[in-house]
Design a protein around this ligand. Structure first.
Ligand SMILES: [Cu+2]
Length: 425
């Protein structure tokens, strides 16, 4: 089996980033054309964040991740330690995934779209959603908790399924961090949406909930947001919290008023703007193929930013589903989203806005490496590329889209007047 590991959200050199064609097989018996090294180097030189690692082998990422190649990578720093947040057994990572199973308990993954494509077997489908929800590998688990504050690192590690989460009955919960680190201040939440690959660092306060059973619910349709509604008795549930453990000691942790400064990037500093259209068409067999600006993985490079230059990317989504767009190497900020006339755009390829730009939600105003490019809107992100140069990728994180064929090379070019960091930096 081919595999290559990508540390999602990490700032690493290209040869350690898990380029999709840098794959290898067991014992490195076979290697892909971009394979450079057996041992990857992770400098860990970035703010504390909820990172994760997963397979990134070209064409089969959806299968390798579905089979289990994904895990957390929690990066810590002194700022985090100074914040007096819940820690130890009161800090729990929650990896949410959906799966389906065969009667013998083995994983089920469809070998064909429905209806099947004549003459192509097996074949990719436009998206796979399981009928069971798993947290940390267990189907619909429960967690016994004390009546106090907990810190949860929530990751959506699903292939296609979004989660729109809510506690039932309601309980105070606050988001303190995004993909790339802490927010500037906690944001009180009623509900939390996570697309595949997005993370949320949250504080949940179970004090005052003694003896209660709280259900973490999900009501995100598949595909999101225009697809099938969830079944409230199955996929509408994620896990249960039972506030049944005695309080071991007084909860001295706090929910800080302020976390870390997140200075907003200045749109005027952008030297380059790119319009990137998220599209879908049919291949020669009639299957759906997803593309950026009509281009697939093997088309020549078009996104070649310069190191330390700021760019604005306008992600234009004239479709019906939201795509989570992930850029390797860097953490970026979301500027805004603006609705446009989709019918007019599909006829003329021109943007006719139907409303003003809407700033990103308060819990999105942090460092992000994956952004929901929402249906019928232009989602604008601002990015400064660096510190490394070289070949990376950007792609949709719906894994069936990424594999066919919504992934493009991203090459950061050296700018001669700026020194490069040393090897081993
Ligand atoms: Cu997509």
């Amino acid at each position: 089996m081919r595999t290559v590991v990508h540390l999602h959200g990490a700032r690493v050199r290209p040869e350690s980033d898990g380029y999709p064609e840098a794959w290898f097989t067991r014992g490195f018996a076979q290697t892909g054309p971009f394979f450079r090294r057996k041992v990857y180097w992770y400098p860990n030189r970035q703010p504390a964040a909820t990172l994760w690692y997963h397979d990134h082998a070209v064409g089969i990422t959806r299968l390798n991740v579905y089979a289990g190649l994904a895990g957390f990578y929690l990066l810590r720093d002194s700022v985090e330690r100074s914040l007096n947040l819940p820690r130890g057994k009161y800090e729990i990572p929650l990896l949410i995934q959906d799966r389906s199973f065969n009667p013998d308990g083995s994983l089920f993954y469809p070998r064909q779209p429905d209806p099947p494509i004549p003459g192509v077997d097996p074949s990719i489908t436009p998206g796979v959603a399981g009928d069971k929800i798993l947290v940390n590998g267990k189907v619909w688990p429960y967690l016994e908790v004390e009546p106090r504050k907990y810190r949860f690192r929530i990751l959506n590690g699903s292939n296609q399924r979004f989660y729109r989460m809510r506690f039932e009955p309601e309980v105070p919960f606050y988001q303190i961090g995004t993909d790339g680190g802490f927010l500037s201040a906690p944001v009180k939440l009623d509900e939390l949406i996570l697309a595949p690959a997005e993370r949320a660092d949250v504080i949940v306060d179970f004090s005052g909930q003694k003896g209660k059973r709280l259900l973490l619910r999900n009501d995100a349709p598949v595909p999101f947001p225009s697809g099938e509604p969830v079944d409230p008795d199955t996929t509408g549930q994620i896990m249960q919290f039972r506030v049944v453990l005695p309080l071991r000691e007084k909860d001295r942790t706090c929910l800080p008023d302020w976390l870390v400064p997140v200075p907003p990037m200045d749109p005027c500093s952008a030297k380059v703007q790119r319009n990137l259209r998220l599209g879908v068409q049919r291949d020669q067999f009639g299957r759906l193929i997803f593309l950026f600006n009509g281009k697939g993985w093997h088309d020549p490079l078009t996104e070649g930013p310069r190191r330390n230059e700021v760019e604005i990317w306008n992600l234009i989504n004239p479709g019906f589903v939201t795509h989570p767009i992930h850029l390797h190497l860097i953490q970026f900020q979301i500027l805004n989203r603006q609705p446009f006339d989709v019918g007019y755009f599909n006829q003329t390829q021109e943007l006719l806005f139907t409303g003003p730009p809407v700033p990103s939600a308060p819990n999105e105003c942090g460092w992000k490496d994956t952004v929901r490019s929402t249906a019928g809107e232009v989602t604008r992100i601002i990015v400064s590329f660096g510190p490394y140069t070289g070949r990376y990728v950007w792609h949709c994180h719906l894994l069936e889209h990424e594999d066919y064929d919504m992934m493009r090379p991203l090459e950061v070019f050296y700018k001669k007047d700026k020194p490069q960091p040393d090897e081993g930096d």
